[in-house]
Design a protein. Structure first.
Length: 479
């Protein structure tokens, strides 16, 4: 096999060596920085101004699409090496590979759910039920309620201390999907007070945790109390708020977590009535909260109307409730979307979990409740290329983005034992010696697992790139 580029022949041996070297670069777990530099040293033309020509010649060595795709990715990496430097390019390609694995995992979950629904498909045409189905309900709602938007004035979610309002557009209608036909629709705080299986001491501990985390969000993140409480509601802590969405498809997904024969319901509510009768918070525009953005999430609370199924609330708020029976056909067509529910790589969820770590141990039943409702979101500090004047530079990424295994069930159990009084305090380790003044002993790509709630004291902010890691009272574990 031979290929020509600008009149120059390359032998099979040369081509195979270059391709194998480039292929190694695409497997982050199998290439070290030294390997990377050696390959570039062996083939300096990869960083020359003729790199694009060489890449095209390499692509002609093999006709398979996979080979061409690999070359394009390598050319992108080479250009990044030229513009950003080898260290930064290698660091970023590893992060991107781990994030791709995360996306692939979620896509695989969606694929399996679709296959399960397809496997339920009968050979013949299913019989229609005399009662409305979710499919019929969804079709009616799409035709009856448009996605028209209206203008309103809102404060910035990024500058809650700024009272200046700007004009934004919001949907004319909001939706709430419920996987059941419940007699009441009240806030999570109201529901937790009516729980008969939770001791009073456990309920009080849960509410104390919520107050403590909210205070940290207000003080450290500079959030407004309303926005902080809205986020706590979204991520699973009990508040006076109710969850809504501006997208009908999201409400349908939440309402479809049913068995055949169960009855669910979807509520439609006009924006102007909600705005005039309570506090409405847009959770979808915060730059560091990914899950509420995916869900187009809003939170709403009212001192007067606390049960959305109360006749007075239905009339005053202009609510319309639509019930449906979940059918065999619905089971094949609908189902909860794992992408909408996933929050373990959400930086806001990670900061809330760290804040919970800082609360003193609580009643065993309270710890179990919080661990079941607060989705785990373990995050790590990774040393990134480039240093500030003090020689320290870290990024805060999820465990999965860092390339560490993530199992939600195991993480919930770890959190439960960490928070419960019935389990001894876990062993903690001090910061690596010298980390308060330099991070030179941590290699690029090295991981520091943070298990302290005082992340804000360590970093100053839980987002972006950091160069301050000198809080000796914290308790991360070095890996």
């Amino acid at each position: 096999m031979r290929a020509e580029s600008e009149g120059t022949e390359r032998t099979d041996t040369d081509a195979d060596r270059i391709l194998s070297g480039l292929d190694a670069l695409l497997t982050p777990g199998e290439v070290t920085e030294r390997d990377f530099r050696r390959i570039l040293s062996d083939f300096p033309e990869l960083l020359s101004e003729h790199a694009q020509v060489i890449g095209e010649a390499l692509a002609n060595l093999q006709e398979q699409d996979a080979a061409k795709t690999s070359v394009l990715r390598v050319m992108h990496l080479i250009k990044r090496c030229v513009t950003d430097g080898v260290d930064e390019a290698l660091f970023q390609v590893r992060l991107e590979a781990n994030r791709q694995k995360r996306d692939d995992r979620l896509a695989e979950l969606q694929r399996k759910m679709a296959e399960q629904r397809k496997a339920l498909m009968p050979q013949g045409t299913p019989k229609k039920t005399s009662l409305p189905s979710l499919a019929e309900c969804a079709q009616f709602l799409r035709s009856e309620y448009s996605e028209e938007t209206v203008a309103t004035q809102a404060k910035s979610v990024e500058r809650p201390w700024d009272n200046e309002r700007s004009e934004i557009r919001v949907p004319r209608f909001f939706f709430r999907g419920e996987p059941g036909k419940y007699p009441t629709t009240t806030s999570s705080v109201n529901r937790i007070w009516t729980r008969t299986d939770l001791p009073l001491a456990a309920i009080e501990d849960i509410l104390r945790c919520k107050i403590s985390i909210q205070a940290q969000l207000v003080q450290r993140w500079k959030m407004s109390p309303m926005l902080a409480e809205g986020f706590l509601q979204h991520y699973g802590m009990p508040t006076n708020y109710l969850d809504f969405t501006s997208k009908l498809n999201v409400a349908i997904s939440f309402a479809s977590d049913l068995q055949v024969g169960d009855v669910g319901q979807i509520c439609v509510m006009p924006f102007d009535r909600l705005e005039n009768n309570g506090q409405l918070i847009d959770l979808s525009r915060h730059p560091f909260a990914e899950r509420p953005a995916r869900q187009c999430a809003f939170a709403w609370a009212s001192d007067k109307y606390r049960d959305l199924q109360n006749p007075d609330a239905v009339t005053a708020l202009g609510l319309n409730w639509y019930a449906f029976e979940f059918t065999e056909q619905d089971k094949r067509e609908f189902g909860p979307d794992p992408v909408l529910l996933d929050a373990h790589s959400d930086r806001a969820a990670g900061a809330i979990e760290l804040a919970m770590h800082g609360v003193a141990k609580i009643h065993n039943a309270a710890a179990r409740w919080v661990a079941d409702h607060l989705q785990p979101a373990p995050f790590m500090l990774i040393r990134a290329p480039g240093n500030d004047r003090e020689g320290r530079n870290f990024v805060w990424v999820s465990a999965e983005d860092a390339g560490l295994p993530y199992e939600e069930r195991d993480s919930r159990q770890v959190n439960y034992e960490r928070w419960s009084k019935d389990f001894p305090a876990s062993e903690t380790k001090p910061l690596p010696e010298g980390l308060g003044s330099t991070a030179a002993d941590i290699p690029i790509g090295g991981i520091v697992r943070v298990v302290t709630s005082d992340l804000f004291g360590i970093l100053g902010s839980p987002f972006g790139h950091f160069s301050k890691l000198d809080h000796q009272d914290s308790v991360p574990k070095s890996e």
